[in-house]
Design a protein around this ligand. Sequence first.
Ligand code: ATP
Ligand code: MG
Length: 441
Amino acid sequence: MSRHKHFTEDDEPEIEGPKGQVAPQPWMTSESTQAVLRALASSGSEARFVGGCVRDAVLKRAVKDIDIATPLEPVEVMRLLEAAGIRVIPTGLAHGTVTAVIGKEHFEITTLRHDVESFGRHARVAFTDDWEADAMRRDFTINALSMSADGMIHDPVNGLADLGRGLVRFVGDPQSRIKEDVLRLLRFFRFHAYYGHPPAHVPSLAACRALAHLLPNLSGERIRGEMLRLFMAPDPAGALSLMQGEKVLPHILPEARHFGRLRQLAWLEDRGFHLPGFKPDPTRRLAILVEADAKGAESIAARFKFSNQEAERLVRMRTASTALPTPALSSKERRRLLYRLGADCFVDRALIAWAGLRDVDPRSDAAASEPWMQMLQEAMLWQPVECPIKGRDALALGIPQGRRVGEVVEAVRSWWEEGDYRAGREEALAELARLAAMKTH
Ligand code: ATP
Ligand code: MG
């Protein structure tokens, strides 16, 4: 029943004390984590795990980064860590964050804060020793948990209950929290995609809809960061459709159109097949969602501040001039595409073709998948080949520098492609000599 309840403003969380206990997990008890906690506790004040690692520990999901909070001010944090022989990097001293480094492990240690004034990224914060105030400045109730070294959970805003029922909601009034930092609007959809069960929290959703026009104020880098993480969620098409339905998505990605194809692609990448070395990929997911030609893809890449390399990849995925690799092509045609596109682009485009097909013919079964899998495997094992002759070989034969060099070399390349890339250098040189001789008569 509660799944279908619509939550309203009246459900504002009440402040409560600690609840719940997490059994020790390896990342909590590891030598390095313990060393950091011991160093911070040496002054007598408590350090706790905060944010994502607590949320994921409760759900028994893999913990990625370890964030720790402390009432100690950053200079004191640095002094204690250094005294314990731990390397410290003052990553964001002004915001109260330093990073402790032990071997390959990084621990972000942040002084408890409460927001004084907020202007997006440049929120003015003040340090505090009040754990509850620190929880109140966090974005969502499920992100506001903290955990003592022994696994005791502190949950002032009812995050545990929300985590249990899959309800992502802002701490405090959603509209004010979004106005303070518009990025939270996108984070809402991202966390809903990873932790939420439908239906989404209605007041939070309404606030996102009402304030979506503020999204273009965010920098391209911040939008890209959030969106690419959203694309990697278990059902990105569901989350993005929700954003579309709430009229949020058009403010940042008006090109979004093919939600069904994206659903198929995400399924294929995550569960549809297993090939060694294959990785699901957010840019590929973005590429299949949008309706855009090469020019359109360039414009998306520019808005999302993609690197040149990523931009080029997006454009190549959206360029219609080359055929899409499908098992219907002959093996020779496929090899030619592989040569022209390179293995990575071939795989990208083949997956886009396959997902597109599954979108119109969802009945495609295991037998239908087999040839696609084989083609992908072939592509992933493919070693790039290089045409065995170059322009200098033509010059060496006495062809004068100029247009003819290019023409003859191109003719040999076509011959080499026609022969399925099997000819070696000797044969290619012979063909070059033959063509060169022919051309002079
Ligand atoms: P993950 O790293 O798995 O994406 P996370 O919860 O650790 O999730 P981070 O972006 O690393 O997310 O942030 C750490 C914590 O800092 C969050 O859990 C949240 O409490 C707080 N936080 C991060 N960004 C914001 C924000 N824009 N507004 C308010 N609180 C934030
Ligand atoms: Mg994190």
